[in-house]
Design a protein. Structure first.
Length: 163
């Protein structure tokens, strides 16, 4: 399947841009300066199976650009599936998530299969149902970066470059 790259968001001086390249989540500030780079996982729980989910993405986020990052949500107490924070990713103007039947995708830590280790700072990265998983310590840094941009009136745009 091809990625729709028709929509290129206009990045303003208060905005930031994040992209997932298949192994890392990268955070750029206005002017294209790479500010952060974290190991990240978007391996769907069905990867390696011949049975794809209804979207054909094995429970991964569909490729696309111009997704909008929502306001990070603190989870108190921490939830095994997500860790301490969940940051929603909203659909892009081309509707790539909607077209592929996806919703509720975001960035988080945690890992239900890790038992009591789900909230360790450097917990193993486990497959998800379409979200992007960071180590918990990195997720806290991501949340601070997103919250800073949003507190200054900016928008964080998100591109999923993974095919």
């Amino acid at each position: 399947m091809s990625v729709s790259l028709e929509h290129e968001p206009t990045i303003g001086p208060n905005d930031a841009h994040a992209e997932f390249d298949g192994t890392h989540l990268k955070f750029y500030v206005y002017g294209g300066e790479l500010r952060h780079e974290w190991p990240c996982l978007d391996v769907g729980v069905l990867d390696g199976n011949s049975d794809a989910d209804q979207t054909g993405y094995h429970h991964k986020c569909p490729p696309g650009n111009g997704y909008i990052v929502g306001k990070p949500q603190a989870l108190n107490p921490a939830e095994p599936a997500y860790g301490n924070f969940f940051t929603p990713i909203e659909d892009d103007p081309d509707g790539d998530m909607r077209i592929h039947g996806r919703a509720g995708i975001g960035v988080h830590g945690g890992g239900s299969a890790l038992g009591s280790h789900f909230d360790d700072p450097e917990q193993p990265l486990r497959p998800t149902y379409g979200c992007f998983r960071l180590h918990n310590a990195d997720n806290e840094e991501w949340v601070r970066a997103v919250a800073f941009v949003q507190a200054h009136g900016g928008t964080v745009y998100f591109d999923n470059l993974q095919q």
